[in-house]
Design a protein around this ligand. Structure first.
Ligand SMILES: NC(=O)c1ccc[n+]([C@@H]2O[C@H](COP(=O)([O-])OP(=O)(O)OC[C@H]3O[C@@H](n4cnc5c(N)ncnc54)[C@H](OP(=O)(O)O)[C@@H]3O)[C@@H](O)[C@H]2O)c1
Length: 345
């Protein structure tokens, strides 16, 4: 298995077609630092050269594990992290303000044991913060050499465009990537966010390509609920018996048959689907164990043939997201302020 490399938007940087997500490293997923370091080293040895983490993942612990693993190997990695999530009870220890960004970046640099972040991403838009406030602070970090490139995550299409226009009008650094939720079960971004990203030449690194585990084959009709760290944390999202998840379960059953007919695993079908979209640079995989990583590495060089993509469209039509919980973004007006103000999202 060879992992191909793809251009990261129009930056000239080449990244592997799979990115390694670090959300599962630390108390929230796998608390063993040794496991985390081993998984990261295996991914790097297999050719992965882009790692995605965030300050909020296990309240800084994920960044610490990544920093530990990259000792001596930092220069070989395109290192991405994020700010925005709540990092303490104080009223200002979260968000997209200049004040918080300048503090958050120092904390991330220290935990990651590095003097620069390759991609610093805004984890979510903040309705009451001027985008220019955020871009201005981030542009200063680029000029100080602490950050190389700017990215966003789960931005609605209008905000992606606003970011580009604000940068142009105010002479700020441009955002070069977007990190949206995207999988066979969450295709909402196909309608507008992905075409908009393509139009502006952004790199696209989708999160939850296996829909948090739904597309691994372990959640199946008539089978008992599997052991799962996700299901333990978010039971509603993974309960195979709930009516809310009935459409996902029905789709998974049909997709499992399709994968078998195509002679690949459901995981390969799911990752191959995300990789096949022309706007996508690299899906971010989220293994919690070494064996979960091994089962995903094989998918890197297998975009799907068009007849298989057509069959997927019949099971989950283009642009459809089967459960609102998988869409990631709560539209303005319905903005869930309780979630974003909670510690450790
Ligand atoms: N920007 C954002 O807002 C955002 C949001 C979410 C994620 N992310 C990024 O995207 C990355 C990936 O997201 P994700 O973790 O949700 O991805 P995912 O691949 O959709 O789900 C990962 C989960 O799938 C299960 N899994 C993975 N491989 C498996 C295998 N071979 N066999 C059985 N189960 C398997 C595991 O569940 P169990 O743990 O239950 O075993 C694992 O925790 C994260 O690490 C993070 O970097 C970003």
């Amino acid at each position: 298995m060879t992992i191909p490399y793809r251009p990261f938007g129009r930056t000239g940087v080449q990244v592997s077609a799979l990115a390694l997500g670090a959300m599962n490293f630390g108390a929230r997923g796998n608390p063993s630092h040794e496991d985390g370091v081993r998984i990261i080293h295996r991914a790097l040895d297999a050719g992965i050269n882009i790692i995605d983490t965030a300050d909020v993942y296990s309240q800084g612990e994920s960044e610490e594990i990544v920093g530990e693993a990259l000792a001596g190997r930092r220069d070989d990695v395109f290192l991405a992290t994020k700010f925005h999530g709540r990092m303490g009870e104080d009223v200002n220890r979260f968000g997209n303000s200049r004040r918080w960004i300048f503090r958050a970046v120092e904390d991330s640099l220290r935990r990651l044991r590095t003097d620069h972040i390759d991609l610093y991403q805004v984890h979510r838009p903040e309705e009451d913060t001027d985008l220019d406030e955020t871009l201005g602070a981030l542009s200063d970090l680029v000029r100080q050499g602490k950050v190389r490139y700017l990215g966003t995550s789960t931005f609605p299409p209008s905000r992606i465009v606003e970011g580009q226009w604000t940068a142009e009008k105010r002479g700020r650094e441009r955002v070069v990537s977007e990190q949206p939720p995207y999988s066979i079960l969450a295709r909402g971004v196909e309608a507008e966010a992905l075409p908009v990203a393509q139009r502006y030449g952004l790199a696209v690194i989708p999160w939850s390509p296996l829909a948090g585990g739904w597309l691994t084959g372990r959640y199946r009709a008539g089978r008992p609920q599997p052991e799962s760290s996700r299901a333990a944390r978010q039971p509603g999202r993974f309960d195979v018996d709930s009516t809310e998840n009935a459409a996902k379960l029905e789709a998974v059953e049909a997709l499992a048959v399709l994968a078998e007919q195509a002679g690949i695993t459901l995981i390969e079908l799911a990752l191959g689907f995300v990789l096949s979209h022309p706007a996508v640079t690299a899906p971010i995989i989220g293994p919690r164990t070494l064996s979960q990583l091994e089962e995903q590495l094989g998918a890197a060089d297998s975009p799907l043939p068009s007849d298989v993509l057509d069959e997927i469209d019949k099971i989950v039509p283009p642009g459809t997201t089967l459960s609102a919980r998988d869409a990631g973004y709560v539209p303005p007006g319905l903005h869930d302020t309780t979630a974003r103000r909670r510690v450790g999202r």
